[in-house]
Design a protein around this ligand. Structure first.
Ligand code: NAD
Ligand code: TYD
Length: 352
């Protein structure tokens, strides 16, 4: 049997594929449009691996996807492909609407067409798993309980609105057509291979290059952090034993303010890579203009996943962050390749 992973050259998709090939007997077909965020180097350890095959393509290309589904007799589609950066969605949201909404719609239609024609046994085994975000629930007050699966959707950014729309499509394809779907809504991920436009890798990169560590506004916004490998294990668990049509929240119960996160990165770097002048990386922390419509707090209640499927995260924030910083220190070649001209254009636009 074979699974199809979309967005496989991105941060979470590539971590998922690497873990899957390590742990499963099922082959993987990876597809990715290779936007600025997609990096084939993330999957380079699988070059020449007969259990993995990469195809450059768009989830919105129905013919391509349908052909792949048929050719490889796909038994599950995992949809990681998306435009994923909130700040970019604020500058220009068109690609977010095209990939996250229209792309997901086309992918669902390709999957439905393939699934409809399968014979009974294969039809029963087929799954469509959609990866989404805790940001669809909107911003919480400090006293609110963490978001659970039955909370209303209140997205506030173009990114989260597009993800919310895609979740609704996935739900509708189950309710109307009985396509066997799951949706997984995850907290903020961190770990290896994350593009340095997101808070944690950006701060590691800037710290090492002696540049400012930019904190938006007062730095008191709260995110719930999950180590990417724990997200991947949750997805595998949902795929294996989830209840069809259900949504599952996944998070690490690690609520931290942005300032706490960046300070913790500094503490780890001070130990692992002390500065030659004896000063702390703390000195590079800089408060900058806030993000428009910046959500104050996300927090996720993952008790359904824990109770129903027995999933638990393996990493605490401290152990996961240490592994992450170490990975970036040991993979400076990866970072140097990623920080291309296009990346510099983004930094100029966002932080100048
Ligand atoms: P990412 O930006 O690192 O990767 C996205 C990948 O999708 C890239 O490789 C890109 O080239 C590819 N892609 C974009 N448009 C495409 C298209 N039309 N067709 C095919 N491929 C396309 O994002 P990520 O952080 O790995 O996020 C993966 C998924 O997880 C997204 O759906 C995101 O919304 C969701 N998510 C991310 C986080 C997080 O903290 N990073 C948290 C919760 C949910
Ligand atoms: P980010 O990593 O972009 O993820 P998301 O917006 O999906 O939560 O940002 C995490 C938090 O860090 C968010 O509250 C915005 C904040 N942030 C900064 O303070 N400075 C930065 O340079 C970036 C990129 C993010």
């Amino acid at each position: 049997m074979t699974i199809l992973v979309t967005g496989a050259a991105g941060f979470i998709g590539s971590n998922f594929v690497l873990d899957w090939v390590d742990q499963s007997t099922e082959d993987v077909i990876s597809i990715d449009l290779l936007t600025y965020a997609g990096n084939l180097e993330n999957l380079s350890s699988l070059n020449n691996n007969p259990h993995h095959h990469f195809i450059k393509g768009n989830i919105g290309d129905r013919d391509l996807i349908l052909n792949l589904l048929k050719k490889y007799q796909i038994r599950a589609v995992l949809n990681f492909a998306a435009e994923s950066h909130v700040d970019r969605s604020i500058h220009e949201s068109k690609d977010f609407m095209e990939t996250n909404i229209v792309g997901t719609f086309n992918l669902l239609e390709s999957a439905r067409s393939y699934w409809n024609d399968l014979d009974q046994n294969l039809k029963q085994d087929f799954r469509f798993l959609h990866i989404s975000s805790d940001e669809v629930y909107g911003s919480l007050d400090l006293t609110d309980p963490p978001s659970n699966e039955s909370d209303p959707y209140k997205p506030n950014s173009p990114y989260s609105a597009s993800k919310a729309a895609s979740d609704h499509l996935v739900r509708a394809w189950f309710q109307t057509y009985k396509l066997p779907v799951f949706t997984v809504n995850s907290a903020n991920n961190y770990g290896p291979y994350q593009f340095p436009e997101k808070l944690i890798p950006l701060c590691i990169l800037n710290a090492l290059n002696g540049k400012p560590l930019p904190i938006y506004g007062d730095g008191q916004q709260i995110r719930d952090w999950l180590y990417v490998k724990d997200h991947c294990s949750a997805i595998r668990e949902v795929l294996k034993q989830g209840h069809i049509g259900e949504t599952y929240n996944v998070g690490g119960s690690n609520e931290k303010t942005n300032l706490e996160v960046v300070k913790t990165v500094c503490v780890i770097l001070d130990k692992l890579k002390p500065k030659s002048d004896g000063k702390s990386y703390f000195d590079q922390i800089t408060f900058v203009k806030d993000r428009p419509g910046h959500d104050r707090r996300y927090a996720i209640d993952a008790s359904k996943l824990e109770r129903d499927l027995g999933w638990r995260p393996q990493e605490t924030f401290e152990t996961g962050l240490r592994k992450t910083v170490l990975w970036y220190l040991e993979n400076d070649a990866w970072m140097n390749h990623v920080v291309s001209g296009q990346y510099q254009d983004w930094v100029q636009k966002q932080y100048s």
